[in-house]
Design a protein around this ligand. Structure first.
Ligand code: SF4
Length: 682
């Protein structure tokens, strides 16, 4: 066989929101090496996933042709037959039940252009706003907290601001494993710049061990200690009142809402001592520049949006917006969780967070797309599952998400998907959700297509095609266009850059985004003005709310929906492992990575292990009201008392068999972190 020449292609990592850029060296279908050189977010760094977890592209599990269900098995069919089947099934369901009987789940692993086309397919071609993406499972509460208080549901600055802050606070985020390169930049700042680090978490992870101050509040009580800190700062005249008077509305209401959060009350609810709270408040108030970072340890609670709001309230009170080295940083998990929402794959917005129920905005899209668009907000991911159970939703199209393993209460979600008349699953590998499909469409991963991603700091970056799609798999944007045209849409995108031209035309915050300005390692942070000026620091002259001022958002603390009981007496937390991505759909198909962590485990505290007479390696069964898993014990002092921790990166024993259907009150993000279980030693 004659080998191709070695090829170097610039791409963006597909594994987390840091958005490391690098060149991938390939020959034939082999990846020879990954070389980070000029990455705007990462410089010359990657983590173990970005460097080594790419073998999945040649996995025998790759889907290479469309598959149609026939009884309990799947048979290969042609693309033409697959498109005919979609047209027939969707046409019938739409005719009998209307367009809102169909729903779409977009992928936060796909490109921006693909997210844009997915929502266009749902809205323009099918006529429904039932479109959502995986940010609903993780980061929508953070976006809500920021939209309420400062305007944009996104990081208020850049990773370089985090690096230059005098104090970084990390709440509910295991960044050394979930955002490794970002964590490395913080570690460097600690070492070389004397940056201070405070970590608040229920689990003592690596960054907690490296912190100058580590606090371990009781589960689901971050809102209480954050409010307690704010009250102490206010009561002791430590607030930045000149900033507040100039830039923030609703101060009086906010100050009143803090009254219950006395040191005594905070100690009683959170378990944090009054001395700890005083030290914490004084350090935050005295720091010249503060950045607060948070992730799913905050958002995946019934009060996830409120706690995110609380963080932003505290930053406003201490004047930590509008300057380099300050601000709010919700850390996006998937590589394109920010972009999937930015480009409109949500039930209430078009691209650039333009609201579907705003007649003027809707009119703009109708004129451009040549159609009449649905008026009301559509269903979010959670409401879709409820609508299936209620018999209102008949068909779903899931693109690049393993919904069964990534949504909470896996057994209930599985039951719902089985009730659908027609389920399409589009993915690169045969996922767990594929088992529930009527039609499976083979897609191409990031290395096999062109496009753009948005990282956690709103940075839009280009990825280029390094390899041809495997077999008959196709880039998602190509598949979306084929479906749209089979339904009569007449789309004519020759390349993802054509999609970006349309996005820029219709989206003020992306007005100056062009492929020319993104060439190679170049990047843009939205909002991007027509002349290409981008926005590394979101707020300098005004906030993104109607009068240009931010606003405090008064809150009332509501205890968690599910607490430990006599039967389910242990609290179960979950999170990511350094080596794996999501439920391992790609990383477990990279043999070198799989070898490092072949099996899932549950961390048990030394005191609980002693009480139950168990040691590392013993198997236990964890049972919740929603399901059970069998898993191996790892005795670890990273967890304390009756708290357990289980990585979410497992298909074989997924933690979501144990999580329930309760959700964040404001956004319907599942409260994955509010789970109680009983543990039986096997
Ligand atoms: Fe960078 Fe995240 Fe990829 Fe690691 S997983 S290389 S930190 S983008």
């Amino acid at each position: 066989m004659r080998h191709q020449r070695v090829k170097r292609t610039k791409t963006v990592c597909t594994y987390c929101g840091v958005g490391c850029s690098f060149e991938v060296w390939t020959r034939d279908r082999h990846i020879l090496k990954i070389e980070p050189t000029h990455g705007p977010a990462n410089g010359i760094s990657t983590c173990v996933k970005g460097k080594f977890a790419w073998d999945f592209i040649n996995s025998p599990d790759r889907l290479t042709q469309p598959l149609m269900r026939q009884g309990d098995t799947f048979v290969p069919i042609t693309w033409d037959a697959a498109l005919d089947l979609i047209a027939e099934k969707w046409g019938k369901i739409k005719e009998e039940h209307g367009p809102d009987a169909l729903a779409f789940i977009a992928s936060s692993k796909c490109t921006n252009e693909e997210s844009y086309l997915m929502q266009k397919l749902a809205r323009q071609v099918v006529g429904t706003n039932n479109i959502d993406n995986c940010s609903r499972y993780c980061q929508t509460p953070a976006s809500m907290g920021l939209q309420r208080t400062v305007g944009y549901g996104a990081d208020s600055g850049s990773i370089s601001d985090i690096e230059m802050a005098s104090l970084v606070i990390i709440v509910g985020a295991n960044s050394a494993e979930s955002h490794p390169v970002l964590a490395t930049r913080i570690k460097r700042s600690q070492k070389h710049r004397g940056q201070r680090l405070i970590v608040a978490d229920i689990r003592k992870h690596e960054m907690a061990e490296r912190a100058d101050m580590f606090i371990q509040p009781n589960p689901s009580t971050d809102e209480v200690w954050l409010s307690g800190v704010a009250k102490y700062i206010l009561d002791h005249n430590l607030a930045k009142m000149a900033f507040v008077h100039k830039w923030v509305n609703k101060f009086e209401e906010y100050a009143k809402s803090l009254e219950p959060f006395t040191l005594e009350y905070v100690e009683q609810v959170t378990g944090l001592s009054q001395d700890t709270m005083i030290t914490l408040a004084n350090e935050i108030a005295a720091a010249p520049t503060v950045c607060i970072l948070w992730a799913m340890g905050v958002t995946q609670h019934c009060g996830g949006a409120d706690t995110s709001t609380c963080i932003s309230n505290l930053l406003l009170l201490t004047g930590n917006y509008m300057r380099p080295g300050t601000g709010a940083y919700p850390l996006r998990g998937h590589n394109n969780v920010q972009g999937a929402s930015d480009f409109g794959s949500m039930p209430n917005i078009f691209s650039g967070y333009q609201k579907v129920d705003d007649a003027e905005i809707r009119g703009k899209f109708e004129a451009d797309w040549g159609c009449t668009l649905p008026v009301n907000k559509g269903l979010d991911n959670r409401e879709m599952i409820e609508a299936i159970h209620a018999g209102k939703l008949k068909a779903m199209y899931i693109k690049g998400e393993d919904t069964i393993t990534s949504d909470s209460n896996a057994n209930d979600v599985g039951e719902a998907l089985r009730k659908l008349d027609f389920l399409i699953v589009q993915d690169i590998n045969f996922s767990v959700t594929c088992e529930y499909a009527d039609l499976i469409l083979p897609a191409s991963p990031s290395l096999e297509k062109d496009g753009t991603f948005v990282n956690t700091e709103r940075r839009i970056q280009r990825l280029y095609k390094a390899l041809e799609p495997l077999g008959e798999s196709k880039p998602d944007w190509v598949i979306l266009q084929m479906i749209a045209n089979r339904l009569g849409a007449g789309w004519d995108y020759k390349h993802p850059s054509d999609v970006m031209v349309e996005v820029a035309r219709l989206t003020p915050s992306m007005a100056g985004v062009t492929y020319e300005r993104l060439e190679g390692f170049k990047s843009l942070q939205w909002p991007v003005a027509k002349d290409g000026t981008d926005t590394p620091l979101c707020y300098t002259e005004k906030f993104a709310l109607p009068d240009g001022k931010a606003t405090f958002w008064p809150l009332v603390y509501v205890p968690p929906s599910e607490e430990v009981s006599a039967k389910y007496d242990l609290h179960l937390n979950n999170g990511r492992l350094l080596e794996h991505f999501e439920q391992g759909s790609m990383t477990y198909r990279s043999p070198g990575i799989k070898e490092i962590t072949p099996e899932n485990f549950v961390e048990v505290s030394p005191e609980l292990a002693a009480e139950r007479g168990i040691a590392t390696g013993r198997y236990v069964q964890l049972t919740s009201p929603y399901g059970r898993v069998r898993v191996q014990v790892l005795v670890s002092d990273r967890v304390k008392g009756k708290q357990l921790y289980m990585p979410l990166n497992s298909v074989a024993e997924p933690v979501n068999k144990l999580t329930g259907s309760h959700t964040d009150r404001a956004t319907h993000t599942p409260a994955f972190k509010e789970t109680s279980v009983e543990m039986t030693v096997l």
